[in-house]
Ligand binder design. Structure first.
Ligand SMILES: [Zn+2]
Length: 176
């Protein structure tokens, strides 16, 4: 089911998501909701927290596959990073913080493991955009947003814009 994407100021974005059994109905529902929601928005990646499910699941749409029909969302259940290597400093955005793009420091290469819906642990290695997305989405599962990782100076400059997004959310809180 397509869900509403939670915006900055919604307290669910600050909660820590719990592990989930991949073969459970809950996991199936979370994955389906993520797929339905991401597709409509034609976006790159989405974490369960962003649609209000506090379970450790995110998906990445493999946009590097040119033929859109061949793209199948990659599903990461209970992800755990195994290795980080190098550094990248690129612009990032977030569906939960619309229209804000800021440079964020991330590892350039990552290796992680995650379960699929059958419960099988799979290992993924990737660099660049994939590595950035995996780190960004995994942060969501720990209640961390990319604006937490920018310099205090940049955050100060964005204060007004961030406050505006928060104030549109029902449970809006001040951002500082
Ligand atoms: Zn995000």
């Amino acid at each position: 089911m397509k869900k509403k994407i939670r915006l900055l100021g919604d307290e669910v974005l600050r909660k820590i998501a719990e592990p989930v059994s991949p073969e459970s109905d809950v996991a199936k529902k979370v994955v389906q909701d993520l797929i339905d929601t991401l597709k409509v928005n034609e976006e790159f990646a989405l974490a369960a927290t962003q649609i209000g499910h506090l379970h450790r699941v995110f998906i990445i749409n493999p946009i590097w596959i040119e033929d859109e029909k061949k793209r199948k969302p990659m599903i990461f259940i209970n992800p755990e990073f195994l290795e980080f290597e190098g550094e990248q400093y690129e612009l990032e955005g977030c569906l939960s913080i619309p229209e804000i793009f800021e440079k964020v420091k991330r590892a350039y290469k990552v290796k992680l493991k995650a379960q699929d819906l059958s419960g099988t642990w799979r290992t993924y290695s990737g660099k660049g955009l994939f590595a950035r997305a995996a780190q960004h989405e995994n942060d969501h599962l720990d209640g961390i947003l990319f604006i937490d990782k920018i310099s205090p100076f940049r955050r100060k400059l964005l204060h007004g814009k961030l406050k505006k997004i928060s104030s549109t959310t029902k449970d809006g809180v001040n951002v500082g």
